[in-house]
Design a protein around this ligand. Structure first.
Ligand SMILES: Cc1cc2nc3c(=O)[nH]c(=O)nc-3n(C[C@H](O)[C@H](O)[C@H](O)COP(=O)(O)OP(=O)(O)OC[C@H]3O[C@@H](n4cnc5c(N)ncnc54)[C@H](O)[C@@H]3O)c2cc1C
Ligand SMILES: *[C@@H]1O[C@H](CO)[C@@H](O)[C@H](O)[C@H]1NC(C)=O
Ligand SMILES: *[C@@H]1O[C@H](CO)[C@@H](O)[C@H](O)[C@H]1NC(C)=O
Ligand SMILES: *[C@@H]1O[C@H](CO)[C@@H](O)[C@H](O)[C@H]1NC(C)=O
Ligand SMILES: *[C@@H]1O[C@H](CO)[C@@H](O)[C@H](O)[C@H]1NC(C)=O
Ligand SMILES: *[C@@H]1O[C@H](CO)[C@@H](O)[C@H](O)[C@H]1NC(C)=O
Ligand SMILES: *[C@@H]1O[C@H](CO)[C@@H](O)[C@H](O)[C@H]1NC(C)=O
Ligand SMILES: *[C@@H]1O[C@H](CO)[C@@H](O)[C@H](O)[C@H]1NC(C)=O
Ligand SMILES: *[C@@H]1O[C@H](CO)[C@@H](O)[C@H](O)[C@H]1NC(C)=O
Ligand SMILES: *[C@@H]1O[C@H](CO)[C@@H](O)[C@H](O)[C@H]1NC(C)=O
Ligand SMILES: *[C@@H]1O[C@H](CO)[C@@H](O)[C@H](O)[C@H]1NC(C)=O
Length: 567
């Protein structure tokens, strides 16, 4: 319902940007797509009296609904225009934007006397129905030179789910081959293979919250990300896909058994170990938005399992952050060897463990528990019957707010760094510098496949994932009305802090999906020695370069018009 509201609003203000198709070509495309070609304005346009320079008048009813949902992922994710991080809806280089104040969405200073500008929001998009629509779009792009972008949930941290002036291919939820969004099969055989596996197949666009529920109803566990609206078969799985169950059960790329994809040459392909094995390898870590548009993926599942859960929090102060970080660093290797995964910060942690008993879990977490209690914090160590029980209690219940301009820096921290006193001390030193000098908290994901027995050479993610125990992250942020200079400073700060982490982890890498927008030597960081082979596969399946994204395999580089809004 909300979507049609946005479409009805002020079509007069529709921005015609520098796309190269003629009006006749657009009309023909609309006809071929059976009415699924739409125009788009930025999310908050109803709040503004002027949109793309045209006086249209505000719509307070619609604006009130947008203000209310502004920082909610569940509100943003089912719409085409918004992203989780709204700077990617804007043109950062020119400050063209249409944003509300995410700290205070009712703040009328955001819209009074301001023009709502199209920014990086695609002026036209296709609401994809099936593979035929994708084939039509690829052919159109090849014939006209119109840039394409692909968007599923809009979670991307690096602006890769859109591009100014592009034709957006929007995956709400694609129905998979057997006309269901999700199917469970206890004995799936990859096409061309002869061994069967218990799996769930998910159409592109299906969010993890639906998959977790579906898996639970079928008494199985699917390994996935720590957020309800990430699209399981999109950016998550193709870029790596970490879970707090990954230490024991592997990354998304370790567990996927088959994809269906439309490659830019228009072919619908089944991709697995037996058919198109080169592309299968590339899709297992080479990144999304690069090799084609994935229609569905099939992932291995585990039986329903009990989990030990540790939820430990206290109020962070300047005095207690350092000592707690020391505990985290001191215990890191032992905890990883015991099978813990989770998220840890200077004010606490939420960890899960599928291997230990409750008594063992309590003993293992003792140092963190004692510290938190000394700070009058809260501690829960409990056994829950399933992943779904954990996810509803600890993730859904604490829906993380989005909608504020945010960037990340990350680094994969090898186990080796935790094996010596010097190594541990240098980590703690960086964390306390970040904290004391820049007021930036580290936040570590314990979600690397540390104990998982992977098959050598089966995936194309950087091998650094398998030697690391932490995927360490931190954030830069700014306000809706920050100047270009303020924003530049945040990018620089994140890059500089990230460099301190690179310096103590030579030869390691970073997660393609999450990290420094300006990652230096990104081919090496994200893929290591796998890059040359990935590039060859990119050229084979996308010979005309219809797909491209920031620091993706075969990236055309920052000078390309697609990146005109990046800083
Ligand atoms: C709040 C939050 C929590 C997160 N938690 C985790 C986590 O626990 N684990 C983890 O590994 N990552 C996590 N991420 C990062 C996440 O994996 C990436 O942002 C990922 O790219 C999201 O994929 P998407 O398809 O949902 O998003 P989108 O932004 O829609 O797309 C991301 C990229 O994939 C492309 N794409 C999407 N669908 C397809 C498709 N079907 N075919 C081809 N290309 C496609 C897009 O073009 C774009 O380049 C998190 C991100 C956020 C914002
Ligand atoms: C504002 O939007 C609502 C909901 O779409 C619509 O019913 C109403 O007519 C609009 N009002 C104006 C003044 O356009
Ligand atoms: C924002 O405005 C709406 C009315 O438009 C009101 O219901 C809500 O309480 C306001 N929120 C805040 C935080 O002021
Ligand atoms: C896609 O849907 C259209 C009708 O909406 C149909 O004509 C076409 O055959 C479908 N394509 C596939 C690959 O299922
Ligand atoms: C299964 O396939 C493998 C090759 O992938 C082959 O070596 C083996 O003989 C096949 N087994 C059966 C029972 O067909
Ligand atoms: C799941 O397990 C429960 C309890 O063992 C059982 O009653 C139910 O039938 C199972 N459901 C499926 C789909 O197998
Ligand atoms: C914890 O609470 C006790 C009792 O209220 C108080 O005396 C103590 O100072 C508190 N400790 C901290 C670190 O806040
Ligand atoms: C932090 O402090 C506030 C107010 O003093 C208190 O309500 C809250 O429970 C504390 N949080 C934790 C995790 O201890
Ligand atoms: C530090 O950052 C937090 C938000 O992360 C903010 O609330 C706080 O005011 C900042 N403190 C200082 C001293 O800047
Ligand atoms: C990895 O393989 C070893 C040896 O077979 C086994 O003991 C161990 O349990 C396996 N690890 C996981 C996480 O499955
Ligand atoms: C941004 O907006 C806030 C709140 O409306 C205001 O206090 C601040 O001065 C503005 N900053 C800039 C750079 O315009």
């Amino acid at each position: 319902m909300f979507i049609s509201i946005l479409l009805c609003h002020s079509l007069a203000a529709f921005a015609s940007t520098q796309v190269h198709a003629t009006p006749e070509q657009w009309t023909a495309l609309g006809r071929d797509l059976g009415g699924r070609l739409h125009t788009a304005l930025p999310l908050s346009s109803p709040c503004f009296a002027t949109v793309n320079g045209v006086d249209v008048g505000r719509n307070e009813t619609e604006c009130a609904a947008i203000r209310q949902g502004y920082t909610s992922p569940s509100f943003r994710s089912p719409l085409f225009s918004p992203r989780m991080f709204p700077q990617w809806e804007t043109c950062q280089r020119t400050s063209q934007k249409c944003l509300l104040d995410s700290n205070q969405p009712n703040n009328s200073a955001a819209w009074e006397g301001m023009d709502c500008e199209q920014g990086s929001v695609s002026p036209r998009y296709v609401r994809l129905n099936n593979a035929t629509d994708v084939q039509i779009a690829f052919r159109f792009a090849q014939e006209t030179g119109v840039m394409l972008s692909i968007k599923a949930s809009g979670h991307d941290y690096k602006g890769r789910s859109g591009a100014p002036g592009s034709l957006g291919l929007w995956i709400r939820i694609l129905i998979s081959s057997n006309s269901c969004q999700m199917t469970y099969s206890p004995d799936f055989v990859p096409e061309g293979g002869n061994i069967s596996y218990p799996v769930i197949t998910a159409g592109a666009g299906v969010p993890f919250q639906d998959l977790y529920k579906f898996a639970d109803v079928n008494n199985v566990t699917i390994v996935g990300g720590y957020h309800q609206t990430i699209a399981a078969s999109g950016g998550w799985v193709m870029g790596g896909g970490h879970s707090i169950l990954s230490p024991v059960f592997g990354l998304g790329v370790d567990r996927v058994l088959q994809f269906r994809i439309v490659t830019p040459d228009g072919q619908i392909r089944v991709v697995n170990e037996f058919q198109n094995p080169d592309l299968f390898w590339a899709l297992r870590g080479g990144g999304a938005g690069t090799f084609g548009l994935v229609l569905e993926s099939t992932m291995l599942v585990e039986p329903r399992m009990k989990l030990q859960v540790a939820s430990i929090h206290f109020n962070q102060t300047r005095q207690n952050a350092g000592p707690f970080l020391e505990i985290l660093v001191e215990q890191a290797l032992k905890w990883s060897q015991e099978g813990w995964g989770g998220h840890m910060s200077p004010s606490g942690l939420i960890n899960v463990n599928p291997l230990l008993t409750l008594a063992q879990a309590k003993r293992s977490m003792r140092p963190a528990v004692d510290f938190a209690l000394s700070q009058n914090g809260t501690v829960v160590i409990e056994e829950l019957p399933s992943w779904q029980a954990f996810f509803s209690k600890y993730v859904l219940a604490a829906e993380s707010a989005i909608g504020a301009p945010t960037i990340q820096g990350t680094r994969l921290i090898p186990a080796q760094n935790f094996a010596s006193d010097d190594g541990k001390a240098s980590l703690v030193k960086i964390f306390t510098t970040m904290f004391n000098e820049f007021n930036i908290s580290m936040n570590t994901v314990v979600g690397t496949p540390f104990l998982f027995n992977s098959t050598k050479g089966a995936t194309s993610v950087t091998p650094a994932w398998r030697k690391s125990i932490w995927h360490l992250a931190f954030h830069g942020a700014w306000t809706y009305n920050a100047t270009v200079e303020d924003i530049r400073n945040q990018y620089e700060l994140v890059s500089n802090i990230n460099q301190m982490l690179r310096d103590i982890t030579p030869g390691s890498g970073a997660y393609f999906n999450e990290g420094d927008v300006h990652e230096p030597d990104h081919e090496q960081s994200f893929w290591g020695d796998n890059y040359p082979a990935l590039l060859e596969i990119k050229r084979k399946y996308d010979p005309y370069g219809l797909l491209d994204c920031w620091q993706c395999v075969g990236w055309k580089g920052p000078e390309d018009e697609r990146y005109a809004c990046y800083l």
